[in-house]
Design a protein around this ligand. Structure first.
Ligand code: AP5
Ligand code: ZN
Length: 217
């Protein structure tokens, strides 16, 4: 399957993407994680991305689309993928359509995670991620690690993302409403959008998502 995951910052996209990708046996492609890996490796792309991410703004399409394209062209993504955080505006959605068209592929669904803004704020405030791999995600109260400050998956150090400060989160939410939400209408016109509530226990949301995706197949 080829799936796009969309939802506001803190909706639980990363949390669900890891589970859904494992269940559906497709790679989880997160542009946020790809940028964070570049930042920790101190690449030129990482330096550029960090300046935008720290302000809560989108990284320019020119570099984002190429990075996403390179990842989607890797061998493990031949049979499908779960995109998390891409596309993030209508120009990126059009670029993705173009890429898929040249391969004669189509998206199967756009899974839209709905969650009220006050919940998003609580989730982001308590989020801690792993230094080794930013897809290892915890929450100080909702999903605490077994040992405080230590990643359950790999033993890495947990820390708070630089862009999870209150001010930056406000900008990220605004960017979501003005630039990313319009892709929901773009995909609605293609009949691809499945909306589910992202409130409740993580496992229940995964179940909800899988049921909704199976209905779309
Ligand atoms: P990105 O990394 O994609 O961040 P985001 O979209 O803001 O989403 P988040 O990672 O904040 O949240 P999430 O929905 O994954 O939630 P999570 O599962 O962690 O992007 C970061 C930046 O990179 C952007 O601002 C931009 O600058 C740049 N960027 C990335 N892609 C780009 C693109 N395509 N174009 C341009 N720029 C781009 O969950 C949040 C917390 O809640 C966690 O602590 C988790 O444990 C907890 N939680 C999850 N589910 C539940 C639940 N059901 N109940 C209780 N707690 C829960
Ligand atoms: Zn880890």
């Amino acid at each position: 399957m080829r799936i796009v995951l969309v939802g506001p910052p803190g909706a639980g996209k990363g949390t669900q993407a890891v589970r859904l990708a494992a269940e559906l046996k497709i790679p989880h492609i997160s542009t946020g994680d790809l940028f964070r890996a570049n930042i920790s490796q101190q690449t030129e792309l990482g330096k550029l991305a960090k300046s935008y991410m720290d302000r809560g703004e989108l990284v320019p399409d020119s570099v984002t689309i190429d990075m996403a394209k390179d990842r989607m062209e890797q061998k493990d993504a031949e049979g499908g993928f779960l995109l998390d955080g891409f596309p993030r505006n209508v120009d990126q959605a059009e670029a993705l359509d173009g890429l898929l068209e040249t391969e004669d592929f189509k998206l199967d669904a756009v899974l839209d995670l709905e969650v009220p803004e006050d919940e998003v704020v609580k989730r982001i405030a308590g989020r801690r991620i792993c230094r080794n791999d930013s897809s290892h995600v915890f929450h100080v109260t909702y999903s605490p690690p077994k040992k405080q400050g230590v990643c359950d998956v790999c033993g890495g150090e947990l820390y708070q993302r630089d862009d999870d400060s209150e001010d930056t989160v406000r900008t990220r939410l605004e960017v979501y409403h003005t630039q990313t939400e319009p892709i929901i209408d773009y995909y609605k016109a293609q009949g691809l959008v499945v909306t589910i509530s992202s409130l409740g226990p993580v496992d229940e949301i995964t179940k909800r998502a899988l049921e909704a995706l199976r209905r779309e197949k």
